[in-house]
Design a protein around this ligand. Structure first.
Ligand code: PLP
Length: 395
């Protein structure tokens, strides 16, 4: 609600645009209104920085460089992507198996991790226990047949997942499926290895445990020099665990739709027996072929480490802000709580109107009581602008 006009000075023109913005937000459910929708409704807005979208911009550039070079070297490449069917699911799994370090028969290739989440929930869950706040498809895809219960995370505790309280909560709920996102979206909390192991050991008899590691590349983990960070070392000893991985955020390619899940081979077999034959696309397959090239991964790792430097500088700056509280994060975004009496919705609108910066207001996130913004961390020059804009509006 737009209730804090007394705290922040707003011009009559801005007030008018704020009202339009509020209507757009109200009409867009549990996701933010798209930039296209906003531009259409408020043509005065020019969007400079999209800090809503959680993508690694350095990785997008890396992909783009490779794509252009490959198209130049083989002018028919893109035509073939359009004209031909992509490889079958299991053929892509076969090729990716060495890179991911998992047997091909345990790899389910997905048209974005969202598809894998949907497949798992619809086939291997009848009652799902989620942590709130969370990534909304985990409860939205449940539909009326699947029961959903919640384990409430606490902002005062930095959204920590206390392992024993968590296990007790799953048991009390009677759920057959549990979801752990680490680092979690929207708060960025990463479950320490020892806690994760304890939880998985205690819940070894549960039907399904989803461990979503879509943001794990951004977390600080000891990782061998030629590998990528992953939780699969911990999860592989547990048969009921399904690891879900999106490539959208860390590789900056949400439009390509690429993700996968690692699960028991019987489950992969069952899913593939009933669909998902050519569920990727030429562009997804192209991305996966890049992902399998050691030199691409080497370059990706160096871009990632540069980007992590940007993340560290951004979070050290927000730690010094006395006008809002920024939560510790192990992902490439940061959750921020507004000062008493200030609405996140208003700050979101003002960042957009005055500075052309689009951030995520979290008013629609279940289990997040209070006024929060989630801000994606981008390139250095963009981050500097975001930090300055926050100080100007709130400082
Ligand atoms: C974005 C996201 C996904 C899904 O991403 P896709 O684009 O469908 O690959 C899955 N899990 C979490 C936690 C996410 O934030």
């Amino acid at each position: 609600m737009l209730t804090d006009r007394s705290l922040i000075k707003i011009s009559p023109k801005e007030r008018e645009m704020l009202t339009t913005f509020e209507q757009l937000s109200a009409g867009s459910g549990s996701h933010s209104p798209s930039l296209g929708t906003i531009r259409h409704a408020i043509p005065e807005i020019s969007v400079d920085i999209d800090a809503c979208y959680l993508s690694n911009p350095l990785a997008t550039d890396l992909f783009w460089t490779h794509f252009n070079a490959d198209i130049l070297a083989d002018p028919q490449l893109f035509k073939r992507m359009l004209e031909a069917y992509p490889s079958q699911n299991s053929a892509i799994a076969e090729r990716l198996s060495p890179t991911i370090g998992v047997d091909a028969d345990r790899l389910f290739i997905a048209n974005g991790a969202t598809e894998a989440i949907q497949a798992i929930i619809h086939n291997y869950a009848s009652h799902i226990h989620i942590n709130t706040p969370t990534f909304s498809p985990y409860y939205e895809f449940a539909g009326p047949e699947i029961q959903v219960t919640e384990f409430q995370l606490n902002s005062a505790d930095n959204f920590k997942v206390d392992p024993q309280e968590y296990v007790d909560s799953v048991r009390r709920s009677g759920a057959d499926t549990a979801v752990l996102i680490s680092p979690n979206n929207p708060d960025g909390y990463v479950i320490p290895d020892a806690d994760l192991e304890l939880i998985l050991m205690e819940l070894e008899d549960l039907r399904t445990i989803i461990v979503d590691e879509s943001f794990i590349h951004f977390a600080d983990r000891p990782t061998p020099i030629d590998e990528l960070p992953t939780l699969t070392g911990i999860t592989e000893q547990f048969d009921n665990v399904t690891v879900v991985k999106s490539m959208s955020k860390d590789f900056g390619i949400a439009g390509a739709r690429a993700g996968y899940a690692i699960m028991q081979s019987e489950r992969v077999e069952q899913l593939l027996a009933h669909g998902y034959l050519w569920n990727t696309s030429g562009i997804t397959e192209y991305f996966f072929s890049l992902f399998g090239r050691p030199e691409f991964l080497g370059e990706y790792r160096s871009e990632l480490s540069m980007y992590k430097g940007y993340i560290d500088r951004f979070t050290s700056a927000t730690a010094k802000f006395d006008f809002l509280s920024a939560f510790d994060t192990s992902a490439n975004f940061q959750l921020m709580q507004m000062p008493e009496g200030v609405s996140a919705e208003i700050i979101t609108a003002l960042l957009l109107l005055r500075h052309g910066i689009y951030v995520r207001s979290c008013g629609d996130k279940i289990g997040l009581e209070g006024e929060f913004l989630r801000i994606a961390i981008r390139t250095e020059s963009e981050n500097v602008k975001v930090l300055k804009a926050l100080s100007e509006i709130l400082g």
